[in-house]
Design a protein around this ligand. Structure first.
Ligand code: C2E
Ligand code: MG
Ligand code: MG
Length: 694
């Protein structure tokens, strides 16, 4: 565009929506000369950085100074060559555009602190220019920020980030400069002042928490004191971040220093990563098997395949050390598929020897669930080895079910639809709620070993185990307890109705050959199967969950209705002071041969009349004492059946409010032995019931 003087030129900037890339102006012009035009353009923020090229016929050197002072970028003396002016103009425009790009990538568009890339270059130059000052990388992370976005929306999330950047850069002040590393993570390079760290961290955290939302934002800080200046700035930030992450979800900790052990961990990860592929091709990953037991019958009912890494130089490496790394770098999928292929080949070989092989379970990493062909791949290796689908169980870890819940449920459902039997591994180790169980399409629950590791006979732990077992049984899921190490644990689990277990008490994971030997021994030693619905099953399956005060009454009724034999009573009936039956479930009536109506009639006026006269003083004694102390009780009793026989039960009661007692019964004698009084086959290890005696 061409203008006759400066004023006309200025009008272009007002009228034209199109951006103007550069201006060539004569210095001498009527109305408004080039110097004035330049000065005016430099005052307006929109044209402040515009390239301006001045031309002049005056003595070049004379004009130069005043033009440059006014703000022109370059001067050309007339007459000029078009080629030269075009080139100079192009250079000016390119320079200007580069500068614009740099300033836009210098600061983060949302929070206006430095961007990560620019931050790294600033760190390098600052460290270089100030060799005698000691610095830290100071890292800030908002915990579970995705939750905040989810709960309050992205707009609020953005505002919180802006506030955070603001608060953080003010706190850092003249001690350094800060940047947004990514998402909700910020970092600063600061001059070292460790004595003030605690108060600085709290000040920042408090200021961010002034944001008006009904949610406490947990801010964690990590500090990497820069000792080695040759480390790349990006990596320094990683180290500070590691420190912040090391205290994630820890109550009462707001900052942590980077520790050498973190570095060791990284080195370790690197070593593992460098060696994994070669090791897989050299078949240095081997499979160990650990039997799963039917604890009531001491019989192997399955086995879990567990990987081991036997490296020629690094030695024996436990899965806890390499699986997390493989899950991070994705190698786990390759390794797991290798394991599954070998497990299927093993099963095929055992079947070919004519053995009755129980289901073998393999671990499926959460990462494997992201492969779209997971189910098809498994089906293919089963087909390659001509194995039925029930032969291979899949263990999927519960803790993963916490995040991406819907995705996981879909994936697991898909596997189930394809016919796989799914075991929920490490149940109880994560954050899942019991509700979650009902959405999760699993067949078997593996109770995390942490339940058994806790100090023995801790009331709370026992009642949780008991409750989980009850719940899973209602939902028709089998339970396998992991980490069974002692005889007492076996007894407790059996008592609670958990029949299956896996753990060092029976066997540690072992190499294939050893497992084969054990397996053959077990096959030979097996007693004939106790028939279905035998007393062991019936007797052991249901016991009462404690403590029951926390469970609403209606649920207890529901529980009693689902237990084989359950009833609730009221002692000291206000009418007559006797024992009144409040509720009885159908199965108990049926077991004794009565219709519920008849049983209720017979229970009046005093339920105690249905028990053996010799047992009564003992029963009343027990009930009285337990009520006084508000504790559960257990007692063996005989109850009269419709055909006038005495049937032995183990009764468990739990006192509740208003002289109520909830009772479940376990049958101690089976139908065919009622008349003999005492069963020959008792609950394994339950000494008190071996010789029923009130
Ligand atoms: P997991 O699947 O829960 O396996 C059970 C772990 O508990 C095994 O540890 C086993 O050796 C150990 N264990 C069994 N009984 C007892 C006991 O009585 N006491 C104690 N203290 N521990 C017992 P391991 O073999 O070190 O495996 C650790 C975890 O590594 C496994 O936990 C599983 O999550 C993972 N893992 C192992 N092999 C594989 C694999 O092939 N693929 C994948 N994706 N993960 C695997
Ligand atoms: Mg497992
Ligand atoms: Mg487990």
């Amino acid at each position: 565009m061409e203008a006759a003087n400066g004023k006309e030129a200025l009008a272009f900037f007002k009228e034209n929506a199109r951006p103007i890339s550069a201006v060539i102006t004569d210095l001498r012009m009527p109305v408004m000369d080039g110097l004035e035009l330049t000065r005016t353009l430099r005052l307006d923020p929109h044209t402040r950085d515009l390239p301006i090229l001045a031309t002049t016929v005056m003595d070049y050197s004379e004009a130069e100074e005043s033009a440059l002072n006014a703000g022109v970028n370059d001067i050309l003396a007339k007459p000029y060559k078009p080629g030269v002016i075009r080139k100079r103009l192009a250079n000016l425009i390119t320079l200007r555009e580069n500068a614009a790009t740099i300033s836009s990538i210098k600061s983060d568009t949302l929070t206006h602190v430095f961007t990560r890339e620019y931050f790294y270059t600033l760190i390098t130059s600052t460290l270089f220019e100030n060799p005698n000052i000691t610095y830290d990388i100071f890292f800030l992370d908002i915990e579970h920020f995705d939750l905040v976005n989810g709960m309050f929306g992205d707009q609020t999330g953005d505002e919180i980030l802006q506030l955070t950047a603001d608060v953080f850069s003010k706190a850092v002040g003249s001690m350094g400069f800060c940047a947004r590393i990514q998402g909700d993570q910020f970092a600063a390079l600061t001059v070292r002042h460790h004595d003030q760290l605690t108060s600085i961290c709290h000040t920042i955290s408090d200021a961010i928490n002034t944001f008006d939302i009904p949610y406490q934002l947990n801010i964690r800080f990590g500090v990497y004191p820069i000792t080695d200046r040759t480390i790349e700035p990006r990596h320094m930030c990683d180290l500070a971040k590691m420190a912040a992450k090391s205290i994630q979800d820890q109550y009462g900790k707001i900052y942590a220093f980077y520790d050498e052990s973190f570095h060791q961990k990284m080195v370790d990860e690197q070593l593992i990563t460098n060696n994994m592929e070669a090791s897989l091709s050299r078949e240095e990953f081997i499979i160990y098997y650990q039997p799963k037991m039917d604890m009531a019958q001491r019989k192997i009912i399955g086995a879990e395949a567990l990987v081991r890494w036997q490296h020629p130089k690094l030695g024996f490496i436990a899965p806890g050390r390499f699986i997390p790394t493989f899950e991070k770098n994705g190698f786990i999928t390759e390794l797991d598929r290798y394991i599954w292929r070998h497990v299927c080949a093993d099963i095929r070989r055992w079947l070919d020897k004519g053995w009755q092989v129980p289901p073998i379970s393999v671990n499926v990493s959460r990462i494997d669930l992201f492969s779209p062909d997971l189910g098809d791949y498994l089906l293919k290796i089963l087909a390659d080895n001509a194995l039925p689908i029930e032969q291979l169980h899949l263990e999927i870890t519960e803790s993963f079910f916490v995040s991406n819940v819907d995705f996981v449920i879909d994936q697991v459902q898909h596997l189930k639809d394809q016919g796989f039997i799914i075991e929920m591994d490490d149940f109880g180790s994560g954050y899942s709620s019991l509700n979650f169980l009902s959405d999760m399409p699993v067949d078997i629950i593996k109770l995390d070993m942490m339940f058994l590791c806790r100090p023995a006979h801790q009331g709370a732990t026992e009642s949780i185990i008991n409750f989980v077992i009850q719940l899973s049984q209602w939902m028709d899921m089998a339970v396998i307890a992991e980490g069974v190490e002692t005889e007492e644990q076996v007894q407790m689990l059996l008592d609670f109705g958990c029949r299956y277990g896996q753990g060092y008490y029976y066997a540690k994971p072992m190499p294939r050959q050893k497992f084969e030997t054990l397996f053959i021994q077990n096959l030979k030693a097996q007693t004939p199967d106790i028939p279905e619905n035998s007393l062991v099953e019936n007797n052991l399956k249901y016991t009462m969950p404690f403590p029951m005060d926390s469970i609403p009454y209606i649920e207890i009724e529901h529980y009693l209705a689902n237990a084989p034999f359950g009833l609730s009573i009221q002692t000291k009936d206000p009418g007559n002071g006797k024992i009144k039956m409040l509720y009885v479930n159908r199965t108990l009536c049926k077991e004794l041969g009565f219709s519920p109506d008849v049983f209720i009639k017979l229970s009046k006026p005093d339920l105690i009349n249905l028990t053996h006269p010799k047992d009564r003083p003992h029963i009343l004694d027990n009930i009285g004492q337990a009520e006084q102390e508000q504790r559960p009780w257990k007692v063996n009793i005989r109850v009269k059946s419709e055909d006038h026989k005495w049937v032995w039960f183990r009764a468990q009661g739990q006192p509740a409010q208003n002289n109520r007692i909830y009772i479940t019964l376990r049958r101690l004698t089976n139908a065919s032995t009622i008349s003999c009084g005492v069963s020959t086959r008792q609950a394994a290890g339950d000494n008190s019931s071996r010789e029923p005696n009130p």
